[in-house]
Design a protein around this ligand. Sequence first.
Ligand code: SF4
Length: 85
Amino acid sequence: MGKYIVQYNRKKCIGVGACEAVNPERWSVSETRKADLRGAVFNEQTQLFELEINQDELHKMQLAADGCPKLIIHVIDKESGKIII
Ligand code: SF4
């Protein structure tokens, strides 16, 4: 179980690939010009792809979120429920 939940709105992705450039371990842009978040599961309730991560991945996920021109990558602290990125 991770400490954080990454939420990603794939529908709004425009395939620029800034996420992949800084965090290729988790992000890759497919031929359909949409980024895939490796290991994420689609949540029907939120309509977002979600992935649990720990502290060790937080910095690289922050870089991906900061570089995304659509601002569709967010991170929630599971304990507080707050959006931290
Ligand atoms: S940076 Fe954002 S818009 Fe660009 S490919 Fe990644 S998720 Fe999609």
